[in-house]
Write a new protein. Structure first.
Lengths: 238, 618
């Protein structure tokens, strides 16, 4: 059963435990014509229950919820895909400034964007719509974190060529370039000027990078499980 | 070893007694022949009296009336004239019912050498009867009787004995009879007097060799050298017991034998003193002097009196070294005292006994004891050395264990101190960090919040103005948080975060940003506590200046580096700074991170270049 709205508006689900913040976010979502708030929760379990029976285009969730961590919900929802293979739901997380590490963990879990808690209502709607268009937000700090993660993965996988192929973890030169420029403080406009591509292209590269990181993270988990499975049969036993 | 004259007053008495006895015997000698009966029932007879005649002739003296009677053992003492005369002993052997087996004469003790004449004809000899004489005084002598010279009935048996004057010539009771029986007696005597003594001397030499090696590995332990020399000296002096034909003159041989004995005994005394810790320079000098003087005197005067005297002095001084040793051993296990006490007792006893032989105060047949006692004494010394070594090893092991325990305890203590220091450092670091954050909060967020509060209370500001003030407050909070999480020394990251945080404000101010930031090397000094934050605040202030005072439309932020310096430039196209004074707080902050400011300002704009040395100058 889908909660998507038939007249082309983006169906948004909100999970936020603080009533004030939730009201403010709701007003931000409702301020945009293209967005429709289909459900709003103050806790993890009702949200999980809702997603067990429904689908949505966008999930905007806080992390520190009274009955559990938002990461559980992100993992649950971000794994779903449409018949064409594309992710069913874009997940965004509420972020406090200075907590890039948590945002990166959420991206690894499948989130494709984040909204700062001090963002303006127009900003909230804009970020959601941008993400729907395929453009994820990024900051120099997150770009730096991404680069570091890809580098360590590449380094640890370099010793296992098979794993590297399996996980397809290599960044394209263009992606790597974009990430380093953002990390050095360049704006999308400067990057597009310098590299001769549109700002939209630059922005969509970010979303691709986020999903790559998420895929790698899942891939690593699968690999670890496989490896455990491989070891057992060779155990000579008593 | 030679036999000096009797030293005791008995000497004179003996001499008188011998003269009287000779005078008495002289009248009756001719009357009775000394006859020994040899037959199949009594194949061996002991001869304990004989007729003697002193002569320098190589053939027996035939005028029987000139011979006189003596009882054996017959010690010549001073009862003889010259070195080149021999003393002939004569008995008659009555052969009755003899089955014809070979006959011999066995001399258990004779000094120095003897040969055998039967019925006036030479029969047999071992070694030399001419100077240098073979020294048979300690080894038994077996002389076979040539059967061709025998006849049934009475046979005249003559033993000719020669000795140098300084040696105590003489003849002990001897045996005549069947060769096979006498040979067994001779072999037994040879075993105890030669074979055993040589074996013991070899063992002592081996011990000396081992201890010498120990000393070579630890030259500081001089007592091992004394022990080794002592053992070698004693072993060499023992050669005198078995060597019958030394390859040198009798006098030279005597000096070597006595020299070894003196050196050996003196060295063992030095060992005793050194081992018991009472060795003094004086004692060593005294010992060296006694040995040297003794040898010089011995070399100069061929006197038996001299030998007896020097031997006595050296033995007595050496025996005194037992006393400190025994005293020291009282602190050691009882076994050590018992072992050494026994050895010392035996050694002193044997020394005294042998000295009595040297000074001719013992019966003629008496044999020296010291050659048999050296292994006992040296064995006891070795026992002490080994005991000391074992104790040292044990003490060392104990010490090592204690040392390890102490090291472990010290390590634990050090670790505890280190932990305390670390904890104190951490506490101090977090206190500093807390102080810094509080200062930043006060200067940044706090100041902005106060302004917002005043704006609201005064009621003159618009909501937009208050919101902007609060936004500034949030920005400065974000910057403060960035300052804490920035990678140390990464100025690129610092600039990027600064731009990201200020994007909104810069666009509100209508400023176009020109971003000319190169890839920068790591700023080593940026790892120091608070330096990144200082640089961030410095640049923030410079940008704030542009925002507030410059009335500019373009803000250029540039960064580059050469080998010594990282340059960060904040420039605008505004109206310029009227007074450089405004940059004073920025200069102070720059100085605190070792950087300098280069300011160029005009009506067409201002450029501030922050020059950050790559290496610490502060």
């Amino acid at each position: 059963m889908s909660a998507s709205v038939d007249h082309g508006r983006v169906a948004v689900v909100l999970v936020e435990d603080d009533p004030g913040t939730r009201a403010w976010l709701e007003s931000g979502i409702n301020s945009a014509q293209e967005l429709e708030l289909v459900a709003s929760f103050g806790a993890l379990k009702p949200a999980l229950a809702w997603f067990a029976r429904h689908e949505a285009d966008v999930l905007l969730t806080d992390l520190g919820l009274p009955d559990g961590h938002g990461l559980r919900l992100i993992k649950e929802v971000a794994g779903r895909s449409r018949p064409d293979g594309q992710p069913r739901t874009d997940v965004l997380v509420m972020s406090v400034f200075g907590d890039e590490e948590t945002v990166l963990q959420c991206i690894e879990a499948g989130a494709v964007g984040y909204i700062h808690k001090d963002a303006s209502p127009e900003n909230i709607a804009k970020v959601i719509l941008d993400v729907r268009r395929g453009a994820s937000p990024i900051s120099p700090m997150i770009a730096r974190g991404l680069l570091a993660r890809f580098r360590t993965r590449a380094a640890s996988a370099a010793s296992q060529a098979a794993l590297a192929r399996e996980l397809q973890i290599d960044l394209t030169p263009a992606e790597s370039d974009v990430l380093s420029m953002i990390a050095r403080g360049h704006s999308y406009a400067e990057i597009s000027r310098e590299r001769g591509v549109s700002v939209n292209t630059v922005q969509s590269q970010i979303k691709v990078l986020y999903s790559k990181l998420a895929v790698h993270s899942r891939g690593e988990a699968v690999f670890a499980a496989t490896r455990l499975g491989l070891i057992d049969p060779f155990d000579p036993g008593p | 070893m030679s036999r000096p004259p009797r030293l005791l007053s008995r000497t004179a008495l003996y001499s008188v007694a011998v003269l009287i006895a000779l005078a008495l015997i002289g009248r009756s000698t001719v009357a009775d022949e000394v006859i020994v009966q040899i037959n199949d029932d009594h194949p061996v007879a002991q001869v304990s009296s004989a007729h003697i005649f002193e002569s320098s002739d190589a053939a027996p003296h035939t005028a029987l009336s000139d011979w006189r009677d003596v009882t054996l053992p017959h010690r010549w003492g001073n009862d003889r004239n010259r070195d080149d005369t021999s003393v002939w002993y004569r008995v008659t052997m009555e052969l009755t019912d003899w089955s014809g087996a070979d006959l011999a004469v066995y001399l258990p003790k004779v000094s120095m050498n003897a040969d055998l004449w039967i019925n006036g004809r030479f029969s047999s000899r071992v070694g030399s009867m001419e100077v240098p004489l073979t020294r048979h005084w300690n080894t038994p002598l077996l002389l076979t009787i040539s059967p061709l010279l025998l006849r049934a009935g009475p046979n005249e048996v003559m033993v000719r004995v020669r000795a140098l004057d300084r040696h105590d010539g003489g003849l002990a009771p001897f045996f005549v009879g069947a060769l096979w029986q006498l040979e067994a007696l001779a072999n037994e005597a040879r075993f105890w007097r030669s074979t055993v003594v040589d074996g013991l001397a070899t063992a002592v030499l081996a011990l000396a060799f081992v201890v010498a090696i120990v000393w070579a590995r630890r030259p500081a332990r001089i007592e091992y050298l004394y022990f080794s020399i002592g053992a070698i000296g004693c072993a060499i002096s023992t050669l005198n017991m078995s060597v019958t034909s030394p390859p040198m003159s009798d006098h030279a041989w005597e000096i070597i034998m006595h020299g070894s004995l003196y050196l050996g005994v003196a060295s063992l005394a030095l060992f005793g003193w050194q081992f018991s810790g009472v060795s003094t320079r004086f004692r060593r000098w005294v010992m060296a002097t006694i040995v040297t003087v003794g040898l010089v005197v011995l070399t100069t005067f061929e006197s038996r009196l001299v030998v007896a005297t020097t031997t006595f002095v050296i033995f007595a001084v050496a025996a005194s070294a037992f006393i400190p040793l025994l005293r020291k051993l009282q602190q050691q296990p009882l076994t050590d005292s018992l072992v050494f006490g026994f050895a010392a007792l035996v050694a002193v006893g044997a020394g005294a006994y042998d000295w009595l032989i040297v000074s001719a105060n013992m019966p003629y047949e008496t044999a020296y004891l010291l050659p048999y006692v050296w292994p006992v004494l040296l064995g006891a010394f070795s026992w002490l050395i080994a005991g000391e070594y074992a104790r040292t090893q044990r003490d060392l092991a104990t010490l090592n264990a204690e040392l390890q325990q102490r090291i472990a305890a010290r390590e634990t203590a050090l670790q505890a101190t280190y932990d305390q220091l670390r904890a104190a450092e951490r506490a101090q670091a977090s206190a500093e960090e807390r102080a810094r954050i509080l200062r930043d909060m006060h200067d940044g967020v706090g100041a902005h919040l106060s302004t917002a509060l005043r704006q609201i209370e005064a009621g003159r500001s618009s909501n937009v103005e208050v919101a902007n003030t609060l936004r500034d407050s949030l920005d400065s909070l974000k910057l403060a948080i960035d300052g804490m999480t920035l990678p140390a020394g990464d100025i690129n990251a610092l600039l990027a975060a600064l731009r990201y945080r200020l994007t909104h404000r810069l666009s509100l101010a209508g400023l176009t940003v020109q971003w000319e930031v190169d890839e920068l090397p790591l700023w080593a000094n940026g790892a120091r506590e608070g330096n990144m934050r200082h640089l961030q605040f410095l640049l923030f202030e410079l940008i704030s200046n542009v925002l507030q005072h410059a009335h500019a439309s373009v803000l250029r932020i540039g960064a580059g580096a050469d080998e010594q310096t990282i340059d960060v430039t904040i420039a605008d196209n505004g109206s310029g700074i009227s007074a450089v004074v405004q940059l004073r707080s920025c200069e102070a902050r720059a100085k605190s991170i070792g950087a300098t400011l280069e300011v160029s300002t005009s009506t067409s704009g201002t450029e501030v270049r922050v020059r950050i040395p790559m290496r610490a100058l502060i």
